[in-house]
Design a protein around this ligand. Structure first.
Ligand SMILES: Nc1nc2c(ncn2[C@@H]2O[C@H](COP(=O)(O)OP(=O)(O)OP(=O)(O)O)[C@@H](O)[C@H]2O)c(=O)[nH]1
Ligand SMILES: [Mg+2]
Length: 298
């Protein structure tokens, strides 16, 4: 008898910066989700599909969970995460940062009982004492009651194959949810805006990356080898931020455009002509209408 097909949704949950997006990319062996060393990089639930002939694991990368949202954007991020974790997931992979986690202060994990959960202690390539790892495992297990605990390095790929096998083994029997061969439910336009945002996280400091929203206005493909046109607007909250992004004689904006274009070309596997425009939308993070316009759920 043929093995029944398995499929399900696997939410990657945890505080900001623990390595959720890095793990999803490592599982997919493809850089789908943007990563930075600054917290609150991911702003949407991002679907990444891993499949084999007999399974389809639909990973949901989520914005890092924060306790007290301070503006509408952060509220929107929390809604996205909660929905993925509490409503969509057949399995939760809850990630903890081995270096940053404080086993004495687990706090609210935002996870409600009822969905099977794997506890993943990430960044184990860093120098962390065994006593600390054991304390993290104990403290988080007491709150989350995991089916199993993994110690991994998403960055180095250590332990990722074992985790993947466990996840696939736990998928419920089901038909595929998405057409086979599909990698995500978002399109090139979305990933183009994310790639620009990743470069903003990389090149600018302090509040700037958090104050930028990227909207792709035009994505025009051309026949006959002419590069695709990608025109995007970067919204910032204040005039001063616009000046910082542009830099002296436009130098910084030029560097941002150049780097984003190279990354986008690598992602798409074809040439693009990227143009970026900067506009001020005062305090957009506090304005539900702007959030909606920029593609955030409200
Ligand atoms: N040393 C080490 N660094 C890691 C590991 N996994 C992720 N990182 C780094 O941790 C930082 C955060 O990684 P992300 O994948 O963006 O974290 P995230 O949980 O998606 O963060 P948010 O989207 O802000 O919630 C990046 O600088 C990663 O390179 C790991 O296993 N080891
Ligand atoms: Mg992320």
């Amino acid at each position: 008898m043929a093995t029944p097909h398995k499929a399900g949704f696997v939410a990657l949950a945890g505080r900001p910066n623990v390595g959720k997006s890095t793990l999803m990319n490592s599982l997919l062996k493809f850089k789908l989700s943007i990563v930075s060393h600054k917290p609150q990089t991911t702003r949407h639930r991002i679907l990444g599909i891993l499949e084999g002939p007999e399974f389809q694991a639909c990973f949901l990368d989520t914005p890092g969970l924060i306790d007290e949202p301070s503006d509408h954007l952060q509220k929107s991020l929390r809604v996205e995460s909660s929905r993925a974790i509490r409503e969509d997931a057949d399995l939760i992979v809850y990630m903890v940062d081995a270096v940053e986690a404080n086993p004495e202060k687990v706090g609210d994990t935002h996870v409600r009982p009822g969905t099977p959960l794997l506890l993943v202690i990430n960044k184990c390539d860093r120098d962390v004492a065994e006593t600390k790892l054991a304390a993290i495992e104990k403290a988080y297990s007491a709150v989350l009651n995991p089916e199993k605990v993994f110690r991994i390095s998403a960055l180095k790929g250590q332990g990722v194959e074992e985790l993947k096998a466990e996840i696939v083994g736990r998928l419920p029997e089901s038909e595929a949810f998405y057409e086979k061969g599909q990698l995500s439910d978002r399109w090139e336009r979305f990933f183009a805006s994310e790639i620009v945002r990743e470069q903003v996280f990389d090149l600018y400091h302090d509040e700037i990356p958090h104050a930028v929203a990227v909207v792709v206005e035009t994505f025009r493909e051309h026949e006959g080898g002419k590069p695709d046109d990608v025109f995007a607007t970067l919204y910032v909250e204040r005039d001063g931020q616009k000046g910082i992004i542009i830099g002296k004689a436009g130098k910084d904006l030029h560097r941002l455009t150049e780097r984003s274009q190279a990354m986008l070309e690598a992602f798409l596997g074809r040439k693009v002509n990227l143009e970026l425009w900067i506009k001020v939308r005062k305090d957009w993070r506090k304005d539900p209408r702007s959030l909606k316009e920029f593609g955030y759920s409200t």
